[in-house]
Design a protein around this ligand. Structure first.
Ligand SMILES: [Zn+2]
Length: 98
């Protein structure tokens, strides 16, 4: 993905190189504490959740792509279903044609 959203997509979730990235090659996932399953974490701060190497990042990307593809298809299905419901005349017209 080379086109990034115009909102602050690092506000709640961020991935940054590890402090010793040159040595370990890892990246660190940060999420806002209120999104993490961590007790007593400061609500509005990004907290360090996981370290990943490059192959883990590809796995993450594939996982997210799969989930978003399903969500996208569901949205499209719901939109087309709702269009049919909102336009009963069209549906009735089709019934009359048959
Ligand atoms: Zn490191």
């Amino acid at each position: 993905m080379e086109v990034y959203p115009d909102w602050n997509f690092r506000e709640n979730i961020a991935i940054h190189p590890c402090e010793c990235n040159k040595k370990c090659g890892n990246y660190v996932l940060y999420v806002k504490a209120c999104m993490a399953h961590v007790r007593n974490a400061p609500e509005q701060e990004l907290i360090d959740i996981a370290s990943w190497d490059q192959s883990d990042l590809y796995d993450l990307f594939a996982n997210i792509d799969e989930v978003l593809s399903v969500e996208y298809k569901r949205d499209e299905l719901e939109k087309s279903f709702n269009k049919k419901i909102k336009n009963p005349k069209k549906i009735n017209k089709k019934k009359e044609e048959n």
